[in-house]
Design a protein around this ligand. Sequence first.
Ligand SMILES: O=C1NC[C@H](CO)[C@@H](O)[C@@H]1O
Ligand SMILES: [Ca+2]
Length: 436
Amino acid sequence: TALAPPPGGWRAVAEDVRAEVRWAWRSYVDRAFGHDQIKPVSGGSEEFFVPGHPMGLTVVEALDTLWLMELDAEFAEGVRWVKSHLSFDVDASFQVFETNIRMLGGLLSAYHVSGDGALLALARDLGDRLLVAFSKSPTGIPYRYVNLRTGAVSSPETNLAETGTYITEFGSLSKWTGDRKYYNAAKKAFKYTFDRRTSLGLLPWDVHAETGAWRNRLATIGPPADSYYEYLWDGWHLFGDRDLKAWWDVLIRAILRYQTDVVSGRLWFAQVDAFTGQRSSRTQSELAAFFGGLLAESGDIARGRAYHDSWTAVQDRYGVLPEGINYTSLRPTSVGNQLRPEYADGAFFLWLATREEIYRERAHRHYQEMKRTSRTNYGYTILRDVTTGAQGDFCPGYWWSEQLKYYWLIFSDSRRFDYTSHYLSTEGNIFLGARR
Ligand SMILES: O=C1NC[C@H](CO)[C@@H](O)[C@@H]1O
Ligand SMILES: [Ca+2]
């Protein structure tokens, strides 16, 4: 059901988003400043990486969003906190994937929008501590965890997304520091798994960092593989690396050939056995909804459009997408929603590729439904059940970095964003296209 542009036009929607962000940021500063996450119903706070050891996750995730929205006082407040409180010299094991896309990406995007060298220095310090997970691995595939102070690594049992979602953060760090070691480590990890693709050109999603052996047989475009494919295209787009483009071409061709699944006229991507191509399930994670935007970015607008249409049928039915569905019935396989951004992510990139109003209308519906169901005392909270509206008491860091930014950029025609030449990471962090 298409929504007509609202009375005040799209800019009015953008102003509404900015007012919501200013209010939610104020609540966070007043009640949880420096903690990783606010608990938006109770007004409490909690940590994401290390229990009892705040890393200011929400501050770091929000910085480039605040800047793009011209909330300059709030941006300065966040940068001041980072410069006076944030240290990575912590004797605890951090998940390499999450620390990279959230903290390294957040610092790099804050540096990109401000030019503040102290933020690049912090990013480089973190990059050096994360690099140990790659350099200590016999295959170059990173361990899942690294102790940021001691360099101790752990959990070689890992997956595609956590071995292949580094090239744009590490590559930007290499570009801005002049040291190629970060880019090279991220690319080496990519090449190792690509070289072990099956005869069908598909990738199982679980891998062992020390032996390099596959630990399962199934291929998916959803988690825990999703951003591996995203970053192959992104690395080509951002750095012009022809190897990454060649690897993307091989893998996307196999995905389209073996995982495409049209049910009741709707396009989905099945999980299949990577060695035989046999379909294993007709379920789909909401996190896969970004893929329509990625297909459009890579030039396949028709399939990107069709895949986002499929997810729109789900949004039309539930208002807020459930975490997972069975796509033969569209019934939920998981009824919550962790304030997920992927549908808005896909709508934003399809709008950038087509400039068709329908994608603004879809993003607007996503925003309206989020306000209707997730707004609470001190910000926005997750849903335990999209069919009843039952809320949790949790606000994930990516909420500050993703859908708020996508809403702002799709509705505001922001003067601080280059709409023709840009790059946003899988966490929504901007590494190209900020206009100071
Ligand atoms: O790539 C990602 N996956 C999970 C989160 C959003 O659902 C977020 O951290 C990021 O978009
Ligand atoms: Ca993502």
